[in-house]
Ligand binder design. Structure first.
Ligand SMILES: C[S@@+](CC[C@H](N)C(=O)[O-])C[C@H]1O[C@@H](n2cnc3c(N)ncnc32)[C@H](O)[C@@H]1O
Length: 351
């Protein structure tokens, strides 16, 4: 963690300021270019030039303590059992991720960055010096690249241990990572210019409640973007019900048996994909073995996987005081998602 993050943090229990004590820290080598970029943005370089590897964050009001472990502040010491189950299954999924290729679910990093800009309706220049949060950042590759390319200060939040690898692979001094739940975001209210969450909240015990927990992090005039699975229709609905039926058993399996189930399902899906490719009827690029395994983990090993209608999601925006969100569900560079019922909405926070 870099000291610069402290000004954004708030106690997840009572919302008060946190104080920081570092027990192990090291200087970060920032090049001359990075230093001048930080100065141009009006940032104090010293706050970005140190990595606190181990330490403690203590609430100035309720005295609750949160540790910083291997460079990441942790706000998940005692999660509720439903949340703990998701934390375990996603940790196992991201442990298998390779940062080499940067492709997740057949979707490459350049397309993810283009989609991010499209989803939040921003030009590249607009993000300079802005504060963004990616709620449920997973591997962190998108938010880290966005921060680096567009000089935006960004936070990646995730429940799983993925944030540890995300922090290690992060090259942007303006990007921070925290391990926390969207239900108790450890930030001050109304500090972010953009609150972004793609493909996350429907994997939690309560999508609506999760959205109402993160939406207030956006400042007046800021933007809130949410993408969740839409209610499937026709044959897709049938497919979803079958997947859900299998998931009902797979997520409950002990880890060794679950690994075996994942390997079997991944092998079946690879054979199906291979045949589709040979017949010229494939809609997605042929995944490698690791990607196939990640896809299967994502479908079958998590406790929650919900679908929502657009009008349902619009209702949550209304509840959060966000009027007339614009529909923005297209994923650029992912043609197989065309015509899907998935829901992506963007709204501006009233001034
Ligand atoms: C399908 S992945 C999407 C990751 C990323 N947004 C992306 O598009 O690559 C869902 C992510 O949500 C995270 N997640 C699930 N429940 C969460 C919670 N309660 N709080 C924070 N993150 C959560 C998981 O750990 C996982 O990384």
């Amino acid at each position: 963690m870099k000291p610069a993050l402290l000004r954004l943090l708030g106690c997840p229990s009572c919302g008060s300021d946190l104080e920081l004590s570092a027990s192990r820290a090291r200087p970060l080598e920032l090049g001359a270019q990075e230093e001048s970029r930080l100065r141009d943005l009006g940032r104090d370089v010293r706050n970005y030039a140190e990595e606190i590897d181990e330490g403690l964050l203590r609430c100035t009001k309720c005295a609750q303590e949160y540790s910083i472990v291997r460079g990441v502040p942790r706000f998940v010491a005692s999660p509720q059992p439903e949340v703990a189950s998701v934390m375990r299954s996603y940790t196992a999924q991201w442990d298998d991720f390779s940062y080499g290729g940067g492709t997740i679910w057949h979707w490459g990093l350049p397309e993810r960055i283009k989609s991010f800009l499209f989803e939040i309706d921003a030009g590249a220049d607009e993000l300079r010096g802005k504060l963004l949060i990616d709620a449920g950042c997973g591997s962190g590759i998108t938010i880290s690249a966005v921060s680096d390319q567009f000089s935006a200060e960004a936070v990646g939040l995730d429940l799983s241990n993925s944030v540890e690898a995300a922090n290690l692979h992060n090259k942007s001094p303006l990007c921070h990572f925290v391990q926390a739940s969207v239900f108790e975001p450890p930030f001050k209210a109304r500090v972010f210019d953009v609150v972004y969450s793609h493909g996350v909240l429907m994997m939690t015990p309560d999508t609506r409640r999760a959205f109402l927990s993160i939406a207030p992090l956006a400042k007046p005039g800021g933007k809130v973007y949410l993408w969740v699975y839409g209610k499937k229709r026709g044959l897709q609905r049938l497919k979803f019900l079958v997947v859900d039926g299998v998931r009902f058993f797979v997520w409950r399996l002990p880890s060794t048996l679950q690994r075996l189930a994942v390997a079997i399902l991944a092998a079946i899906s690879q054979i199906v994909q291979f045949v589709k490719h040979r017949l010229g009827r494939a809609s997605i690029p042929m995944p490698n073995w690791r990607q196939a395994r990640a896809g299967i983990r994502d479908r079958y090993t998590h406790r929650y996987r919900r679908e929502h209608t657009e009008s349902e999601v619009r209702g949550w925006f209304e509840e959060a005081g966000l009027r007339d969100p614009a529909a923005k569900q297209e994923m650029i560079g992912a043609p197989w998602t065309k015509g899907s019922t998935d829901v992506g909405l963007l709204a501006r926070v009233p001034e």
